[in-house]
Design a protein around this ligand. Structure first.
Ligand SMILES: C[S@@+](CC[C@H](N)C(=O)[O-])C[C@H]1O[C@@H](n2cnc3c(N)ncnc32)[C@H](O)[C@@H]1O
Length: 252
């Protein structure tokens, strides 16, 4: 693993302690802390010249990117050799922290923006995460491709769209019995209700909503939806439609 010259390889000790105290299920903390240090350095380097992430210091990156992403591990739904798709991964969240924490996961990180996907591929290369594949495409298009439809055990997604939109984008990718883990910052009862109705329309059913707080105090919800029936062929609708006319919900 070779990093660009001048990148600090380690997280500050207090940030290492913060990560460890998150209680996340991490397979090998020593290796993981080294990788998180490198990832933080790569993000800070990239954010100096691009708008890849709004976070500009290590503490914010550790709490709002790393610890937040690792909350997907709550409940033990992401353990073992599972095929995982991250829809709208951006700069690699939650995909990269999950790959660092649980190296057995086979993770596909998907985003519509090529520049972001290139960063994820480069970061995964630096960190030696050969189990991560970065793909540039829209979820609506990939969800219709035979090699991706019903091809995943888990779909994770953070800060991408309202729950009804996520249900339509994610459920086509899941194999029967597979789970959508949707990380939400704000989740009103109305959005949850519409999301569960949308999930039912595309072959899913609600399992649980885990509500908790990050170390900095921000409220989060992890919504779990199970694939219980095949998704009708007409879903997902063509690119842009799920967000423009969300099922049982209003466009935002
Ligand atoms: C606000 S960012 C969140 C990025 C990352 N998940 C995070 O939490 O830092 C939303 C991302 O979703 C991507 N996105 C939105 N709709 C998408 C779609 N239909 N297919 C693929 N990517 C999509 C955008 O390109 C953007 O990078």
């Amino acid at each position: 693993m070779t990093l660009p010259q001048g990148l600090a390889p380690e997280l500050q000790p207090e940030h290492q302690a913060l990560l460890r105290s998150s209680g996340a299920e991490v397979a090998d903390w020593d290796t993981a802390l080294g990788q998180f240090g490198h990832l933080s350095a790569l993000l800070l380097e990239a954010s100096a010249t691009t708008n890849l992430t709004a976070l500009r210091n290590e503490r914010d990156i550790v709490i709002k990117h790393f610890i937040d992403s690792l909350t997907c591990l709550r409940g033990g739904y992401l353990q073992g050799q599972l095929r995982v798709l991250d829809i709208g991964t951006g700069a690699g969240f939650p995909a990269l922290p999950l790959a660092i924490a649980q190296p057995d996961l086979q993770i596909t990180a998907l985003d519509a923006t090529r520049k972001k996907v290139d960063f994820v591929a480069r970061a995964a290369g630096y960190l030696g995460l050969s189990q991560v594949t970065a793909l540039a495409a829209r979820a609506e298009d990939l969800g219709r491709a035979a090699e991706h439809r019903e091809a995943y055990d888990r779909v994770v997604t953070r800060a991408v769209a309202a729950l009804p939109v996520l249900a339509e984008l994610a459920l086509p990718f899941l194999a029967p019995g597979g789970l959508l883990l949707a990380q939400k910052a704000d989740l009103s009862p109305e959005e949850l209700d519409a999301g569960l109705r949308a999930a039912q329309e595309v072959g899913g059913e609600g399992v649980t909503v885990d509500r908790f707080h990050l170390p900095a105090g921000d409220a989060r919800s992890l919504v779990i939806i199970r694939k219980v029936a095949p998704t009708p062929e007409r879903y997902p609708r063509r690119a842009g439609m799920p967000a423009k006319q969300p099922l049982f919900w209003r466009a935002t």
